[in-house]
Structure formats: structure tokens, C-alpha cells
Design a protein. Structure first.
Length: 425
């Protein structure tokens, strides 16, 4: 069964209600218009009786015709009305017609002192039925035509945005932002479209959080299972390399030192996995950033020298003297990760600049910069464009900085290279 069927039924139901509403409007309007023309016909009939009665009363006075029943019958036959003469009783109010039930009566005072009265039944003579009036037909036809145009416009105005909403519904919660949601139209439709956009954004955010949690869970299982298996042989390798370094010839000590360094690197990688998978609460203490930069330079000096990279530092004279609150070891890990990534981005050598600014720290390099995909997925675990990279260095750094309430971001420099910026809370 189509999951959108209830929505379609509601849309059709709305169309039916619109049709019923417009039909009722047309019916009521038509009845009201017919009533108006009926009233207009009767008014015209009254006016016509007043006019012809006044003309005949004036004719009687001017020609001094006999005021007999025979004359009344003759005039009545011509007018299509009943005519009667009576003694003056002050009933004739200056020729104003009176309505008595279905009878219209109008009287006029004559020079003889008598009164002449004209009576006619409503609709009997002089007035066309409503359906025979040309003006009534034209008015009703125009009203029906305008109602048809209005109903078509109203239906299009309401159902077209609903159709757009219907077409966009399957994309809610998908990988891409749903297109076609109306931005103009009835206020209720626009509000509904805005709510759907917010719902889509919330679903995307929740999905990203779920994926992040799933990756963390996977990394935790991997780190826990591999940590024991890796640490023991690495510790044994490093121990034996240290023993060999003491007794071997000077020419071979360099190789033993290389083994010890690589073993330490493996151990550091395992520890990084564990810290990312199972982060511990941060221990906030005042941290001297310039001192931390110097320690990172000293720690990564051999690798930078081997790669032909110079590590520079620029410290703001005002801000450099103000420590920041944070976990010293974790901030040192972040700084080392960022500098190491910068070194690895310059295989032919260059310079890495660590800049301490008011409320921020920047690490700039002269490498190839980040790709658009890397910028979009910056700090996402297991995403690395470097051959052999695990994609954990930036993910760990982002996790640590955010646990301090800070923010980390990356941009490409106009002259080439990249800049990673840390902003303190």
C-alpha cells in the first residue's frame, strides 16, 4: 500500500471541500442576485404605476372628463389596472404608491375635489419575470463566469503547493535536501514547508550523530581487542632494542634507536585509539601555550628535519603571557597532531608556522591544502586522503578541543597551503 495514500486522500478531500465551498458560494450568490433583480422588477413596476397614474390624473384634470365608472373602466382597460373615483378623504399622499399585500395602489387628488385611485396586482402587468430579464441573465452569466475563474485560481493556489509538498515528502530524511518545497503561497502551506525543512535538518543531524556513535562503538571494540595484542609485542620489541642499544657497536646504535622510536610511535597510535574510543574527563589546569609550542617543536624536531621542514612560531606579545585553562597533555597531543599533519603535507619541504593569537591558535603550512571533500568531512574519523593515514589525528584533535568547549576549523590559504584554527571558549 502506498505510504503517501493518506496524504493523497486528504488532498482529494480538500479539493472536494473547496468545490463544495465554491459551489455553495455560487448558489447563495445566484439566489441573492435573483432576489435583487426580483426586488428591482417590483420597484420598477411601482415606479411605472406612479408615472402612468400621474399622467392619467393630469389628463382627467386638463380635459375635464367625466369622473364616472364608465370612464374609470375605460382608463383601467388601457392601463391594465383598476381605476376608481371617490370622494376626497386625504388618502392620496402626493401620488406615492402604497403596497397592500400583492396589490399596489396609488392615488391622486383631482381639481374637482375628488380622488382617483389606480390599483394593480404585482407582476400582473408591466414587469418581466427575473429569468426573462436581459440584465439579470447577463449579471448571472458574468457572476458564474467569474466564480469559475475564481474557483480555478483558488484550486490552483491551494492544491499546487500541496502537490509540491507531496513530491518533496519522500526526500525528507534522505541524503540530499528535498527540493521543490514551496517558499511562497498561503501562510499555512509556507509554515508547513518550513517545518518540513527543519524536520529534515533534524533527521540529518540525528543520523550524523548515530553514524558518529556507531563509528565510536566500532573503534572502541577494535581498540579494546587490539590494544592488548599490540602493546605486549611492542613493549618486548622496545625492551630488546634498548638492551641492544647498550651493547651494540656505535654504528648500529642508530638502527636500535630507530626501532625504539618506531615502537614508541606504534604505542602512541594505540593510545590515541583508546583515548578517542573511550575519552576520559578533562583535567583543567592553567596551560602556558608558548611552552607547549616549544615542547611540540622539540618532540617533532627530528621528523621535521628529516622532511626538510622548518617549524616556526609567532606569539602575540600580549596574549602570549596569558595561560589558557585546559588538559595539558591532551592539548599537547592536539598541537603535535596538527604540526605532524602539516609536516606530512609537505613531502618536498617547507615551513610550518604556529601562531598564538588572542583567543586562538593557528597552524599554517605550505603544502597542497585540503580538498573540498576533506574540508567538508574535516575531523571525521577514518577519513584520510593521505596514503596509509588512519584518519584519526584530526578526529582526536576535534574531540579534545570540543571537550574543552572550543572550536576547531580548517581553511585553505590564498597563496597555497592550509590553516587549522583553534578558538578557545
Amino acid at each position: 500500500m502506498d505510504k503517501n495514500r493518506p496524504f493523497l486522500l486528504k488532498t482529494r478531500s480538500l479539493s472536494v471541500w473547496l468545490a463544495v465551498g465554491v459551489g455553495a458560494f455560487v448558489l447563495v450568490g445566484s439566489v441573492a442576485m435573483m432576489g435583487f433583480f426580483q426586488y428591482l422588477s417590483r420597484t420598477e413596476e411601482v415606479i411605472a404605476l406612479e408615472s402612468i397614474g400621474r399622467t392619467n390624473a393630469l389628463f382627467l384634470d386638463q380635459n375635464q372628463l367625466p369622473q364616472t365608472e364608465f370612464m374609470a373602466a375605460q382608463i383601467g382597460r388601457v392601463m391594465g389596472a383598476e381605476v376608481s373615483f371617490m370622494e376626497a378623504k386625504n388618502q392620496a399622499a402626493e401620488g406615492v404608491a402604497k403596497r397592500e399585500g400583492d396589490i399596489i395602489r396609488v392615488g391622486f387628488a383631482l381639481e374637482s375635489g375628488r380622488e382617483v385611485w389606480f390599483s394593480r396586482k404585482v407582476g400582473k402587468h408591466g414587469a418581466l419575470p427575473v429569468w426573462k430579464r436581459l440584465d439579470a441573465r447577463l449579471a448571472l452569466g458574468g457572476f458564474w463566469a467569474l466564480s469559475l475563474v475564481f474557483s480555478l485560481w483558488l484550486g490552483r493556489k491551494v492544491t499546487r503547493p500541496l502537490a509540491k509538498l507531496e513530491a518533496a515528502l519522500p526526500g525528507i530524511g534522505g541524503d540530499e535536501t528535498p527540493r521543490g518545497l514551496p517558499e511562497k503561497g498561503p501562510r499555512e502551506i509556507v509554515s508547513l514547508a518550513s517545518a518540513l525543512r527543519e524536520t529534515h535538518a533534524s533527521l540529518m543531524e540525528e543520523r550524523d550523530k548515530r553514524r558518529h556513535a556507531e563509528r565510536l562503538a566500532l573503534l572502541g571494540r577494535m581498540a579494546t581487542s587490539l590494544a592488548h595484542e599490540v602493546r605486549n609485542p611492542v613493549s618486548a620489541i622496545r625492551l630488546h632494542a634498548q638492551l641492544l642499544e647498550r651493547v651494540c657497536a656505535p654504528a648500529e646504535r642508530e638502527s636500535a634507536g630507530l626501532i625504539i622510536g618506531e615502537a614508541g610511535r606504534i604505542e602512541s597510535l594505540v593510545n590515541q585509539w583508546l583515548r578517542y574510543a573511550k575519552p576520559e574527563p578533562v583535567t583543567m589546569v592553567p596551560v602556558d601555550l608558548p611552552e607547549l609550542v616549544r615542547e611540540a617543536r622539540q618532540s617533532l624536531g627530528p621528523q621535521a628535519q628529516h622532511a626538510g621542514v622548518e617549524i616556526r612560531e609567532e606569539i602575540n606579545p600580549v596574549w602570549g603571557g596569558h595561560p589558557v585553562n585546559g588538559d595539558r597533555e591532551r592539548l599537547r597531543q592536539v598541537l603535535c597532531n596538527l604540526i605532524l599533519n602539516a609536516i606530512q603535507s609537505m613531502p618536498t619541504g617547507g615551513a610550518v608556522t604556529v601562531r598564538i593569537l588572542p583567543g586562538a591558535l593557528e597552524v599554517q603550512d605550505q603544502g597542497g591544502g585540503f580538498s573540498e571533500k576533506a574540508l567538508a568531512r574535516f575531523g571525521e574519523p577514518f577519513h584520510s586522503e593521505r596514503e596509509g593515514g588512519m584518519g584519526l589525528g584530526l578526529a582526536v584533535s576535534k574531540e579534545i578541543i570540543e571537550s574543552h568547549g572550543g572550536k576547531i576549523s580548517a581553511t585553505n590559504l590564498l597563496g597555497g597551503g592550509a590553516c587549522v584554527r583553534i578558538e578557545w571558549a
